[in-house]
Write a protein that binds this ligand. Structure first.
Ligand SMILES: Cc1ncc(COP(=O)(O)O)c(C=O)c1O
Length: 371
């Protein structure tokens, strides 16, 4: 009689590779039915969706069936950002770009305004770096770049991070503040990383960073997820002095960049004015949305934002919790930021398009008036 070996109980095998992994960065989220994700702040505008659908329909199968080539994309990104192709590194999104930077410049310390994009905490944890968290100014609630320099000078060389505009509050730093920070970071022998994930939504944003990007101790991480609706494609560019970006190239950053992502980005950059019109619409809608929410919900105050989202200070954390839960019941995922530094009670909501923004205002208005 034959026996089925696969079902026989086996003795537990010893694990030969040291400490078992935790699987802590496994992502097993599923999409909710009809969800509108206003938490991750991707560009969800229907005209962007139409554009990408058309690009995919016309995609040359060569992009799928052969290994990617990069030159044409470098040339377009360089032209778009007004830099030389030799000062760029394409990466599979900004998130892995942070990992590449942390590994290319093994400085044991990261100095960063907190709260900030979670990628820094993740890669600092992986790389066993310490993070010096710099809180917002307690009086104004705003971030000050001078506070980063003060923290930097108290310790050894570090990676100093600025998110411009800030990814939780939308705060934008002016060109002079950035220039002063870059000078101080350079004098300290440290590296400045400017994360410009949302800068495409800041009026005159490029002018604000132009003076510092390209210096040998400055790297700019420029994602295309938010400004072009390419979050799922996974594509970004690191911009810096050629000598500095060459360090990043030593870790083979392009290996994870897909031909399909580059084709989607090239098509979008060739029609930048189409996306610029969408972003302009979102910028105007952002101001209108902020005022409409303020009048629909007494006590809610919008912070000035350079991103495609609005952060609202609200009267108490219970309100933030109840409002975000009500929105979720209607399919809108938003971020309750309550309890983060200088955000005792706050909600961040992305601005996607007019119908969804007005729907959010209605839901919040109903919730506020007890309907
Ligand atoms: C400030 C900031 N940087 C980087 C990222 C990651 O963007 P990407 O999709 O390019 O990896 C995000 C995404 O939320 C972000 O908010």
């Amino acid at each position: 009689m034959s026996s089925d070996v696969s079902t026989r109980p086996t003795a537990p095998q010893p694990w030969p590779f040291g400490k078992p992994g935790t699987g802590m960065f496994r992502n097993d989220r599923s999409r909710l039915e009809n969800e509108v994700n206003l938490r991750s702040c991707g560009l969800l505008h229907p005209r962007a969706a139409e554009f990408h659908t058309e690009t995919l329909q016309g995609l040359d199968p060569v992009e799928i069936m052969t290994y990617p080539v990069y030159r044409e994309t470098y040339a377009l990104v360089a032209e778009h950002l007004g830099v030389d192709p030799g000062s760029l590194v394409l990466t599979a999104g900004s998130d892995p770009a942070l990992d590449l930077i942390v590994r290319s410049f093994p400085l044991a310390r990261i100095v960063i305004h907190t709260p900030n994009f979670g990628g820094w905490a993740k890669f600092a944890h992986i790389g066993k770096q310490t993070i010096d968290h710099v809180a917002p100014d307690p009086d104004s609630g705003g971030f000050r770049l001078a506070d980063l320099l003060t923290a930097l000078r108290k310790g050894p060389r570090a990676i100093v991070v600025v998110t411009q505009p800030h990814s939780y509050t939308g705060q934008v730093h002016d060109a002079q503040e950035l220039t002063d920070l870059a000078r101080g970071v350079g004098e300290h022998g440290s590296l400045l990383v400017l994360d410009t994930a949302y800068l495409a939504f800041t009026h005159g944003g490029e002018e604000l960073v132009r003076g510092v990007a390209g210096q040998p101790h400055v790297l700019r991480v420029n994602g295309f997820s938010k400004g072009y609706g390419l979050s799922g494609a996974r594509i970004a560019a690191v911009v810096g002095h050629p000598r500095t970006v060459n360090r990043v190239f030593d870790l083979d950053p392009e290996a994870a960049v897909s031909g399909i992502a580059m084709a989607l980005l090239r098509a979008a950059l060739r029609h930048d004015e189409y996306f610029q019109a969408i972003r302009d619409e979102i910028r105007h809608l952002r101001e209108r949305f902020a005022r409409l929410v303020e009048s629909a919900v007494p006590g809610w105050r919008a912070r000035e934002s350079g991103g495609n989202f609005v952060a609202f200070d609200v009267p108490d954390p219970a309100q933030a919790r109840a409002a975000t839960s009500r929105l979720l019941r209607h399919g809108f995922i938003t971020r309750d930021m309550s309890g983060l530094p200088s955000l005792p009670a706050a909600v961040r909501i992305a601005v996607a398009d007019e119908p969804s923004a007005l729907r959010v205002v209605d839901i919040l208005g109903d919730w506020s008036s007890g309907r």
